[in-house]
Design a binder for this molecule. Sequence first.
Ligand SMILES: [Fe+2]
Length: 390
Amino acid sequence: MVAGFNLLRTPRIYFGWKQSESVLGLIGRYGKRVLLVTGSASYTRNQGITEIITTLEKAGCIVHHARIESEPSPDDVDNTTGACRGQDIDLVLSIGGGSVIDAGKALSAMLPITDSIRDYLEGVGTKKHSGKRKFFVAVPTTSGTGSEATANAVISFTGKNGFKRSLRHENLVPDMAIVDPQLTLSCPPEITAASGMDAFTQLVESYLSVKANVLTDALALEGINQIHKNLLTVVRHGGDTEARTGMSLAALLSGITLANAGLGLIHGFASSIGGLHDIPHGTVCGTLMGVVNRYQVSALMRLSEVTAAHDKYEKLGRLFSGAEKKSPGWYMEYAVEYVETLTGQMNLKRLGDFGIKGSDLMAIAEITDHKSNPLHFEKEQLVEMMRERL
Ligand SMILES: [Fe+2]
């Protein structure tokens, strides 16, 4: 029998090559005073931004432009909402990577209120956001976080007492997501690899999650299939339009599955490590993806009963290998080998490249949350996992 479930609404999704060219011209229907949020990436800096502003102005919009240079901090959000007071903004449009979309999502939620965003961050503030916000449109230019379909915005404060926490409410799912793979063409190989591994991690973790359901499983498997077919190609041949399209779909699906099924231990590490050290989110996820999955499958092999996670790793092994008539254990081990090989091919930096030392690892393990992971590990095991990727 199919187990019961509920699913968040998704944005109105426009997906496809060059979709943004026509759809951006329709934005004026939803609001005339637009807060446009972009990053410092080459796409918005060099090629598209003037045309986008022209398109919006032709549609009758008045554009206020804000740039977010890196993962948004509480001050970034508070300062931008402060600067926008009196502008009577009625629509926020984010065009950029995950940080830019998270920033726009947070701004759309904070524009109607005057408090600092710190007051509403999970584990930091004490107030609950009402969910009331400005109309929000997300246009990703990388294939990674899936933030165009999620209900949270990640806000970072790095350093001693640093944190990486979410502003979360089910109403924060964007109203509209314009997913145009053409916009990802200029994404450089290193960012393509890290963000692609983020999407891969999100798909696998939401698939294995204890909160997964029949719909998130179907979407996660299709996303993982797209990663399997396209991630290595897109890192080596960034101009491959078919591979770029597959990765845009994988990232979008990862956003829908993580918003509904949650994430696992690797994203627990991404929060704890990312709060203490200035390390890109996709790099933490990607660098730990192989080792954490190896520990998981080893632990599952030692269990006497067969769990849902056994079955799911077996299905992943079937998908990755294409092989038939192998034993369940063979497929599970193949799944891990595949993930470790792909992680190696991404040539991602290691934790030590960002100044993390062996003596830091226990403190990180102490504050690492397992989220919706199907297995629980002792702190010493968490340290061992990180040490392998120092
Ligand atoms: Fe992620």
